[in-house]
Design a protein around this ligand. Structure first.
Ligand code: DC
Length: 270
């Protein structure tokens, strides 16, 4: 199905520059706005779009693809908060630190310098850690398997959330994650929660990886998604759940275009 193939296209966040620290956590995030110009949603007689749009949902529901599309239309910055947690996870694995060792993860992340750069010509934002571009490794299977262990650590989350709120203060942004509407930006005028069945998400992720030349069994992807969902939904700190006032969109039977249209509608109605 065309829509499903489109859904498989992966996009990533564009983010900016800043220095922040917590428990010695120092992460440099280069903050660059999306270079696309603002277009129709804010033009003519149409109402101005909300300045902050939160998009949450489990893995592989199309958040990044939808977010990038809308960010381009609106000329907004796109912040994919999952990249921040993935970067810390990658670093732990690289340094031989057990991702389930919370003390070690907090300590390690304290020395990390992360730069999130503007999307390249193909629409892929780059991420550097300690000066090394690790963009192509952020979605590696071992990062996928371990990122929930890192993102459940309250001290790591608090540092990330602080920075995410700083970015949102500037407005004109779309922020993607799990807890944006429910915790990070509870006042966001537009809150979207994208959902889909685990089977459909595994199918999409399988196609997506295939496009990148990675052929992994769909069942294996399914098992990992279910296990990550379980951890994300049941963790103590900011569990994955829709905000009470979020617009929930079940994307199982929708094409990318249809999902984008629904989000557009929700943004325009705010
Ligand atoms: O969106 P993603 O798959 O790149 O996210 C990677 C992990 O980070 C995911 O398991 C959940 C976690 N995450 C989170 O806990 N809070 C966020 N705001 C974003 C991601």
């Amino acid at each position: 199905m065309l829509g499903c193939t489109q859904f498989g296209l992966r996009s990533r966040a564009s983010i900016g520059v800043a220095l922040f620290g917590l428990w010695g956590l120092h992460i440099l995030v280069r903050s660059l706005t999306n270079d696309q110009t603002s277009t129709d949603l804010s033009a003519g007689t149409k109402p101005a779009p909300a300045s902050v749009i939160a998009i949450d949902g489990p893995a592989a529901t199309g958040k990044t693809t939808v977010g990038l599309r809308l960010a381009r239309e609106l000329g907004y910055r796109l912040v994919d908060t999952g990249m921040m947690y993935r970067a810390v996870t990658w670093l732990a694995l690289k340094r031989g630190v057990d991702p389930s060792n919370e003390v070690a993860v907090i300590e390690l992340s304290g020395r990390a310098v992360i730069e999130l750069l503007q999307p390249d010509a193909s629409g892929t934002p780059r991420l550097k850690i300690d000066g090394i571009d690790i963009t192509d490794e952020l979605r590696a299977p071992d990062v996928d398997r371990n990122v929930s262990l890192v993102s459940r650590v309250p001290q790591v989350r608090e540092a990330m959330v602080r920075r995410q709120r700083e970015l949102a203060r500037e407005g004109r942004l779309i922020m993607l994650g799990r807890d944006i509407g429910s915790v990070v930006l509870t006042d966001a005028p537009v809150k979207i929660y994208l959902d889909a069945s685990a089977a459909e998400r595994a199918r999409r992720r399988h196609l997506e990886l295939k496009e990148d030349g990675i052929d992994r069994p769909e069942q294996e992807i399914y098992d990992e998604l279910v296990s990550r969902d379980e951890m994300d939904r049941n963790r103590h700190a900011s569990p994955l759940r829709p905000a009470d006032d979020a617009t929930i969109i079940d994307t199982d039977h929708l094409t990318l275009e249809e999902v984008v249209e629904e989000v557009r509608r929700a943004a325009a109605a705010s």
